[in-house]
Design a protein around this ligand. Structure first.
Ligand code: FAD
Length: 503
């Protein structure tokens, strides 16, 4: 029978896990990756992403080390600015209402650029995120709000490159491998119990890295910890992240940490399937409705309920899903006129989009059947009348084109809704990932209730609590998984090889 043991077991096969596996191997450790999904569904939420990474960069010289094929034309036409360590930490602090764990936040931000270069050394390629993070305005691009790069090929491209790197190094990945329990012995964690193709087995190891996601795909835990209504939210990504890693760790004494009632959630195609989907007509991101800052959003009562232009999209989209969920019927409509529609991303045209279009606002109101049409027309009239029209529109900056005197003002990009044809898109709530999890120290050792490390146990990625609260600065999830995954692999690999006798 095949020998089921190794130095380091990595549970999960998303970005955090694959970084951990590649990094543990650098320590000379024998590594085994256990992925619950079948091979064709591998890669977790990471595979569903647009591949955006929030990283520190101090101007063009840093960018050139990450995207060496940047062209002279791109350099001439673009304002890249910079995103310093201080900017990163300020954003993490401000966006999380200063709850973020300072040591974890510092590690995430300060290791970001070096980790991107390390990923490059493993064969992952990056490109500049034109269009989505820098609009062409008056002939020039200007990047805003901290995201400048994405992995080539998006999330799928990222994980495929990571799997390829793992394969090249001979790291085995076991699919249909559902970890269910951590094994303990005198020296601490000594392996995992796992269902391999449905058959229970034990796999022995000197160290285990948990990187198997949050509990966003667990309907019952969502209702239990996030609250009423969350059981009905749509899952944007993997169906396999049901909180197993968190439960397994807590079962042996790990400390629950972070905001268990909080999650990343967005405006999402209202009639999307229950889990992330992709087919011949749709991509992983087809359900996204991230251009609301150029719209007004109304609820079933025909009223606006949020400041659509409060900040750059990167700093609001992850908390607006919750606000949509709280509306009557848990849905809303994003309404655009021809000044907003040029900024709509491709996914607004995806098959399966719930959309209405009309040449007059009255017709539009009729077509949004579940909205109070009379109140909707009043809302639009009042909104248009409240706009400070003397301010110039600029999508690349917080332009101050706002409304004045409304119960809920729009702070930026408040173009009027008056030029037909009008388009409206219906959205519900898509949950991305959960914020609560287990506690680690900056070297990724899992801590117990007294903040003492549990020997042999490391964790990285979504299942770690304490970094994000209430909201999330866009594109820090992949960076978080890469930074802490790399550290977890290094620490677990070195522990398994050095500090502990093989079992
Ligand atoms: C649609 C979408 C778009 C996004 N876009 C971005 C973006 O552009 N930039 C960004 O930074 N973040 C983005 N995110 C967030 C990002 O996906 C996550 O922050 C990040 O991918 C989490 O990585 P992870 O490795 O912790 O988890 P995952 O990538 O979800 O990996 C978890 C793995 O664990 C496996 N698993 C679960 N349970 C078990 C078990 N019991 N045994 C074995 N394996 C198990 C799963 O199958 C999966 O492979 C997006 C998310 C979604 C859903």
């Amino acid at each position: 029978m095949e020998k089921l043991s190794c130095d380091v077991i990595v549970v999960g096969a998303g970005n955090a896990a694959l970084c951990a596996a590649l990094s543990a191997q650098e320590q000379g450790a024998s590594v085994m990756v256990l992925e619950r999904a079948p091979q064709d569904k591998r890669g977790g939420n990471s595979a569903f992403t647009g591949g955006g990474f929030r990283t520190v960069y101090n101007g063009l010289d840093d960018i050139k080390t990450i995207v060496p094929d940047i062209t002279e034309e791109e350099i001439a036409n673009s304002d890249f600015g910079q995103y310093t360590l201080e900017n990163y930490l300020d954003d993490l602090g401000r966006i999380t209402q200063y709850h973020t764990d300072p040591d974890l936040a510092e590690t995430l931000a300060s290791c970001s650029t070096d980790t991107i270069r390390w990923l490059r050394s493993k064969g992952i390629r990056f490109q500049l995120k034109y269009g989505r993070q820098a609009f062409k305005h008056e002939g020039r691009f200007k990047f805003w709000a901290g995201i400048i790069i994405a992995a080539s090929g998006g999330g799928r491209g990222l994980v495929d490159a990571q799997f390829k790197a793992a394969e090249k190094l001979g790291i085995p990945v076991r699919y249909n491998a559902h970890a269910t329990e951590l094994l303990r012995g005198p020296a601490g964690v000594e392996g995992v119990r796992v269902l391999l193709d449905g058959v229970e087995r034990e796999i022995r190891a000197n160290a285990v890295v948990l990187a198997c996601g949050g509990f966003e795909a667990n309907r019952e835990w969502r209702a239990r910890y996030l609250g009423a209504g969350w059981d009905l939210a749509k899952v944007r990504g993997s169906r396999y992240n049901t909180g197993d890693g968190i439960r397994m760790a807590i079962d042996i004494g790990a400390q629950p940490y972070g905001q268990w009632s909080g999650c990343h959630s967005v405006s999402w195609e209202r009639h999307a399937p229950d889990f992330g989907y992709v087919d011949a007509h749709t991509t992983h991101t087809s359900g996204e409705r991230h251009c609301y800052q150029f719209s007004i959003m109304v609820n079933a009562e025909g009223r606006r309920f949020v400041d659509e232009g409060a900040d750059f999209r990167n700093f609001t989209y992850a908390k607006y899903g919750r606000i949509v969920l709280q509306q009557p019927g848990s849905f809303a409509w994003q309404v655009f006129d021809t000044q907003g529609t040029p900024y709509l991303r491709d996914e607004y045209k995806a098959k399966g989009t719930t959309k209405v279009r009309a040449d007059t606002l009255e017709e539009l109101a009729d077509r949004m059947e579940d909205v109070d049409g009379t109140q909707f027309l009043k809302t639009v009239r009042e909104y248009n009348a409240a706009i400070k029209r003397e301010v110039a529109f600029n999508p690349n900056i917080k332009d101050g084109l706002c409304t004045v005197g409304l119960p809920i003002n729009k702070s930026n990009w408040a173009t009027p809704i008056e030029k037909p044809p009008f388009e409206a898109y219906s959205v519900g709530t898509g949950i991305t990932f959960t914020f609560g999890g287990i506690k680690i120290d900056p070297t990724t050792r899992v801590l117990d209730m007294a903040d003492t490390p549990l020997p042999g146990l490391y964790a990285a990625g979504e299942l770690v609590g304490g970094i994000f609260y209430f909201n999330y600065p866009g594109a820090s999830g992949l960076m978080n998984g890469s930074v802490f995954g790399r550290i977890a692999g290094r620490e677990a690999g070195s522990y398994a090889r050095g500090n502990r006798k093989p079992i």
